[in-house]
Ligand binder design. Structure first.
Ligand code: 5AD
Ligand code: SF4
Length: 433
């Protein structure tokens, strides 16, 4: 009987890719098979996120539940960003945890497994030449890391402390990984990094100096590859060359994530984002002028220390001007090891909640209007998921989620679909004959 692995993944797409890699390592070298029931698992892993405070609090109660109900002799490991950040404190607080493995060290999963109470959290560890295994949770699209870590110093963000300094992965490894994914049937790749359009800033060894735009050009030549997506780019690095490549290269999907964080130039300065409200709007304008079909999503933090009503109004002003297609919005959460943790002028929590609700209500209204206006549009959909209700869903080039009546034969294929109905999270469409 094979050993069973239960793994819970929190946080971002990079964590999902790290999870895929750990599953591959544990299955190849240790014979583990995954299970969705932690009670029957021999190994329970939590791949954690520490970007906001709430999930970190939840970690310890969750660990308690796992420990109480786990199979006898099962091991529990804590991986990911909270592992990097809290290190051996995790074992102090939860002594039943067998090992702690940081976000920068996932390639060491089979090593720590056999060392009781191992804590591997070196953020300078270099995994950039380490080929991530080809296990994919979806056969249709492949997540591929292009860089690790982050060299920015946004004052609210803990990530540079959990994932370390930025190192780009050599393009030959990325291209090979894309080729292998295509050979196995994937038609789409999803490039991952904390700051993808800063690609090429630093390699661990000798490497030809190429930037993200050049990497995109090279990847788009991979035969059989139809679609390239990426996340997250940084508005500061959105130069004309990059936006023009994005607009003109037919393999690059026309959806851009542009994390605004705040619309107030003063707050952006305090956040050390490196751009102003005007620069952000200018980049949106440039993008829309050359790729009008592109959808734009964003991240916004409300109630950063010192955010006045006027500052918040600046954010609302950007929302009204840009009319984003999707917004991920958060209340500012003070994080250890960050500069902003020590900032004064903390915003009253009631005001923070009010601002978040106001912003989210405005966005709902914008989305309802935008979605209704899309009825009748025709999009090429790449089908990836079988839904329970006799529908199959997938994404348009510009990242709209669309479902049609159908069955599994549609999976992994493209079809032109006319949108006939819109609701808030998914469109319904009909395949054009
Ligand atoms: N508080 C609230 N939101 C945060 N984010 C990052 N750090 C914090 C924080 N301390 C948000 C940013 C980022 C997204 C991944 O999480 O908007 O883009
Ligand atoms: Fe969370 Fe950031 Fe780590 Fe991703 S990189 S898991 S978002 S803290």
């Amino acid at each position: 009987m094979s050993k069973k692995l239960f793994i819970e993944t929190l946080g971002c797409a990079m964590n999902s890719r790290d999870t895929e890699h750990m599953i591959a390592e544990l299955s190849e070298k240790e014979g583990y098979e995954t299970t969705t029931d932690f009670k029957e698992a021999d190994l329970i892993l939590i791949n954690t996120c520490s970007v906001r405070e709430k999930p970190v609090h939840k970690l310890f109660s969750e660990l308690g539940v796992f420990n109480k109900n786990k199979k006898e002799g099962a091991k529990i490991g804590v991986c990911g960003c909270t592992a990097s950040h809290l290190g051996k404190e995790i074992i102090k607080k939860a002594p039943f945890v067998s090992f702690v493995l940081g976000a920068r060290n996932v390639s060491k999963i089979t090593e720590v497994l056999h060392k009781d109470k191992a804590v591997e959290i070196d953020i300078n560890y270099d995994e950039s030449e380490f080929a991530f295994k080809d296990f994919r949770s979806s056969p249709y699209k492949a997540y591929i890391n292009i860089s690790m870590g982050c060299d920015k110093s946004c004052t609210f963000c803990i990530v540079p402390k959990t994932r370390g300094e930025e190192i780009s992965i050599p393009d030959r490894l990325i291209i090979q990984e894309a080729q292998r994914a295509v050979e196995r049937g994937a038609k789409e790749i999803f490039l991952l990094g904390q700051n993808v359009n800063n690609y090429g800033r630093r390699f661990s060894g000798e490497h030809e100096k190429i930037n993200f735009t050049e990497l995109l050009r090279r990847l788009s030549k991979v035969e059989g590859l139809e679609r390239i997506r990426f996340t997250s780019p940084h508005p500061f690095h959105m130069d004309d060359e990059f936006l023009e490549e994005f607009a003109s290269n037919p393999k690059i999907c026309k959806s851009m994530h542009m994390p605004l964080q705040s619309g107030s130039t003063k707050i952006l300065k305090d956040m050390k984002r490196g751009y102003s409200k005007e620069w952000f709007l200018n980049r949106v304008e440039k993008l829309r002028s050359i790729a009008p079909e592109a959808t734009i999503s964003t991240d916004i933090i409300v109630a950063f220390p010192g955010e006045s009503n006027e500052d918040f109004e600046e954010t609302i002003d950007v929302m009204k001007k840009v009319r984003f297609d999707q917004i991920f919005s958060f209340k500012y959460s003070p994080r250890p090891l960050t500069e902003a943790e020590k900032f004064e002028n903390v915003v009253d929590p009631a005001v923070a909640s009010e601002r978040l609700s106001y912003l989210q209500a405005l966005q709902q209204q914008i989305i309802d209007e935008k979605n209704a206006s899309r009825i009748g549009e025709v999009h090429t959909v790449y089908f990836e998921e079988l839904n329970a209700d006799g529908y199959v869903s997938g994404r348009s080039d510009n990242n709209l989620m669309i479902k049609v009546k159908g069955s599994e034969e549609l999976l992994g294929t493209f079809a032109d679909v006319k949108i006939i109905q819109a609701n808030r999270t998914i469109f319904t469409g009909e395949i054009l004959a």
